[in-house]
Write a protein that binds this ligand. Structure first.
Ligand SMILES: [Zn+2]
Length: 401
């Protein structure tokens, strides 16, 4: 994201509806991209072995210009071909960065038929969107299902295949709103609920996960029964991929909807500054900072929660910025052991999973709500005394639960 220009670059994904012939043309463009990537990789390895020299992206672009003097290379846009070279460049840069950091990364690999499923354009040449069509050099005009209007002229385009379906990802620069006049809120991100608000409301986790996971498990077992290399195995494999994709989509949609609602309503949103990768792993915490939610976290699919929480924060941050609001993070120390009524800190106050009981003032309340209030206060947000409580839930959560 370029920071010197106002606004944000967002990606919009649209379904492509190619005919059978066009499907083959899209696949040919993917194959061309993969061949180019493999050739670029080969060239880099060769240059290094023979002369101990590393080729750069610009060296390879020059090489591409020479290749384009032959007819077979001018079918496609040079912008599309440079996109392939850039991918290899990224792979090498990431490789050397990790070597430098003392890690042992895998060397960039040659790409087999199923490992590359996309091609793209890093700038505005070689393709355009006209009405309901995406027009690309060497491929033609393919119907694009524009389910929502693009908010501006698209900047870059990546076409990707998912199983048998094709999608175009278009990036657009979207301006930020000037200011947001809504109320502020503190959020306690958790495991039982996705988040609890300082207004006392909770945002549920997505529910249909279990049903999806059962279907995935069934497909996995079916796959294990199939003979290697059989037609049936390929079929079951495609079904499994589709199920996984559907679950990932549903999860992403839920996070998008929840964060969009929050940022539409609230101007300042306060979160704990949690080191997310540590959060679920060290649920038990240390002696000085005992963790919260130990029980819930112990039996949890950790990687899943980790990514969901990280993604939640990411989405919330960019959407808040776009809406003219902001997300601020505060020190998470003792937020769950501090009494939101009297301010006393007591490690034993959270005796049960859901309830907070203050030993100093006798305040009893929902543990997550108590933490959310502390988080809001730490962010300098006024916690509403009553009139604001519950309104957000009344308005929106009915739809989500
Ligand atoms: Zn108290």
């Amino acid at each position: 994201m370029m920071s010197d220009m106002p606004g944000q670059v967002l990606t919009y994904r649209y379904r492509l509806c190619p005919s059978k012939v066009q499907h083959a043309k899209l696949q040919a463009a993917v194959d061309h991209t993969r061949d180019l990537m493999n050739a670029a990789l080969d060239e880099r390895i060769g240059a290094y072995r023979k002369r101990g020299k590393s080729l750069t992206f610009y060296d390879q672009c020059k090489g591409l210009t020479e290749l384009r003097s032959s007819d077979s290379f001018t079918t496609y846009s040079v912008v599309m071909q440079r996109w392939a070279l850039k991918k290899i460049d990224h792979a090498f840069k990431a490789f050397f960065r990790r070597v430098k950091a003392g890690q042992t990364p895998g060397f960039p690999r040659f790409k087999g038929r199923d490992r590359i499923r996309a091609f793209g354009f890093a700038d505005k040449a070689g393709w355009r969107v006209r009405g309901q069509h995406l027009i690309m050099k060497g491929i033609g005009a393919i119907r694009l299902s524009v389910h929502r209007a693009l908010p501006g002229p698209p900047l870059t385009c990546v076409v990707r295949r998912y199983g048998k379906r094709w999608f175009a990802c278009l990036t657009v620069r979207v301006p930020n709103a000037e200011a947001h006049n809504g109320p502020s809120v503190g959020l306690d991100m958790g495991v039982k609920h996705l988040a609890t608000l300082s207004t006392g409301e909770t945002i549920p986790n997505r529910r249909s996960g279990d049903r999806c996971r059962a279907a995935v498990r069934r497909a996995q077992r079916a796959l294990a029964r199939c003979k290697r290399g059989s037609k049936r195995r390929a079929k079951v494999k495609a079904r499994l991929a589709r199920l996984r994709e559907r679950e990932a989509n549903a999860r992403a949609t839920h996070l998008h909807q929840v964060t969009a609602d929050l940022t539409r309503h609230f101007s300042t949103i306060v979160l704990e500054d949690l080191k997310l990768s540590n959060m679920t792993r060290s649920a038990k915490g240390t002696v000085e900072e005992p963790g919260t939610n130990v029980r819930q976290k112990a039996g949890l699919n950790r990687s899943l929660t980790d990514t969901a929480l990280g993604r939640f924060k990411e989405l919330l941050t960019y959407k808040a910025e776009r809406a003219g609001g902001k997300v601020i993070t505060v020190d998470p120390k003792h937020t769950s052991q501090t009494c939101s009524a009297c301010g006393a800190v007591d490690a034993t106050s959270r005796r049960t999973r859901d309830q907070f009981t203050c030993r100093s003032c006798g305040h009893i309340g929902c543990a997550d709500h108590n933490a959310a209030i502390n988080i809001a206060r730490r962010g300098g947000v006024l916690v509403p005394g009553g009139d604001n409580v519950g309104r957000w839930a009344e308005r929106r959560l009915g739809k989500l639960v």
